[in-house]
Ligand binder design. Structure first.
Ligand code: SF4
Length: 295
C-alpha cells in the first residue's frame, strides 16, 4: 500500500459510511447456521462458497467447512446448500446419496424459487432477469421448468418462439432500475403476441436498500470505495450503481487501496456488499482515515 498524499490534502479528507451497508440478514443467517453445524460435524462440504467472500470462506475452512465443485468431490456425509440455494435436481441427487443436508438458502432466494416454480406449474414460460452462470440463477432455472431462460438481454427474449403466457422474475440482487428497464423492453418486444404476462418482484429488499444508500452517498462523495468479494453479484451491483456518478473502486481488502486514489479528494464514501464481513469494512475505513491523516 502506498502513502502518496500531499500534506495539503490531508486535513480535508472525510471518510463516510453509507447508511445501509455490509452483511445482510441472509448472509448472517447462513454463517450462523454453518458455524453451528461445524461444531457438530467434523467435516462439511459446500457446493461452491457458502457466500461470495473469500475472507468468510477462509474462516469457515478453519472449522472444517470445505468448498467442493461437484457432488463427486464430497468425501464426508454432510453437505451444505449455500445461501444462493440449489436446483431441485441437485437436491434429488443429494438425497439419492443419503447425505445429511445443512440448508443455508436465504429465505429471499427461497421465495424467488417458489415464485419460479409457481409460474412454471401455472403454464408460464419463465424468464429470469439475471446472470445465467450465477449459482442463485442456476438454482432458479431448476425451479422454473424446462423452457425457462435467464438473461440480462431483451434480444434473447425477442428471439424466442413466443408462448401465450410469459412470467418474469429477477435474480434477487439485480438493480431495481435495471429490472424495470428490462420489463419495459420485454413488454415492447412481446406484445401483442403474448396473451398474458405475469411479473413477480423477487428483488431483495436488503440489496435495494444498500443500492439506494450507496447512490445517495456517491452523490455527496468525490470517491467511492465498495468493499466486497470481486465475485459477489450484489457487491458488483453497488459498484455499478456508484461508478456513473463518481470515481469508484471495488476492493476486497484494505491491502488493495492505492494512496493516489485519494489525491485531490475531500469526501470519501464507503459501502460494502451483503457478504462482506464487518472486520473487512472496518479495516478499510481505518486505512482510508490513516492515509488521509498521513499516519
Ligand atoms: S443479499 Fe438478499 S437475497 Fe442475498 S443473501 Fe442477502 S438477504 Fe438474501
Amino acid at each position: 500500500m502506498s502513502f502518496l498524499l500531499e500534506p495539503k490534502y490531508m486535513a480535508k479528507v472525510e471518510v463516510k459510511k453509507a447508511r445501509e451497508f455490509g452483511l445482510c440478514f441472509g448472509v448472517r443467517r447462513a454463517i450462523k447456521i454453518i458455524d453451528k453445524a461445524a461444531k457438530e460435524h467434523q467435516e462439511i462440504a459446500t457446493l461452491g462458497p457458502i457466500v461470495h467472500n473469500r475472507l468468510v470462506v477462509a474462516k469457515l475452512a478453519d472449522s472444517g467447512v470445505k468448498v467442493v465443485n461437484d457432488l463427486g468431490q464430497v468425501q464426508g456425509r454432510v453437505i451444505a446448500i449455500t445461501s444462493h440455494g440449489a436446483p431441485p435436481q441437485l437436491l434429488s441427487q443429494i438425497q439419492a446419496r443419503k447425505l445429511q443436508v445443512i440448508d443455508t438458502t436465504c429465505p429471499t432466494v427461497r421465495s424467488a424459487q417458489k415464485a419460479a416454480q409457481k409460474l412454471a406449474l401455472s403454464g408460464f414460460r419463465v424468464i429470469i432477469f439475471g446472470e445465467a452462470t450465477h449459482p442463485e440463477v442456476k438454482g432458479l432455472l431448476g425451479w422454473a421448468g424446462n423452457n425457462a431462460i435467464a438473461t440480462l438481454n431483451v434480444d434473447e427474449v425477442a428471439k424466442l418462439e413466443l408462448p401465450r403466457r410469459f412470467g418474469i422474475i429477477s435474480q434477487t440482487t439485480q438493480s431495481n432500475a435495471k429490472f424495470v428497464e428490462f420489463i419495459d423492453e420485454v413488454i415492447r418486444a412481446v406484445f401483442p403476441d403474448v396473451q398474458e404476462l405475469r411479473i413477480i418482484n423477487t428483488l431483495c429488499q436488503e440489496t435495494r436498500k444498500r443500492q439506494e444508500a450507496a447512490l445517495e452517498l456517491a452523490g455527496k462523495s468525490d470517491l467511492m470505495i465498495v468493499v466486497g468479494g470481486h465475485n459477489s453479484a450484489n457487491t458488483q451491483r453497488l459498484a455499478e450503481v456508484c461508478s456513473p456518478i463518481v470515481e469508484t473502486h471495488l476492493i476486497e481488502t484494505a491491502a488493495e487501496i492505492k494512496g493516489d486514489w485519494l489525491l485531490g479528494k475531500q469526501y470519501i464514501g464507503v459501502t460494502a456488499g451483503a457478504s462482506t464481513p464487518d472486520e473487512a469494512i472496518e479495516e478499510v475505513v481505518l486505512t482510508l482515515k490513516s492515509l488521509a491523516s498521513g499516519d
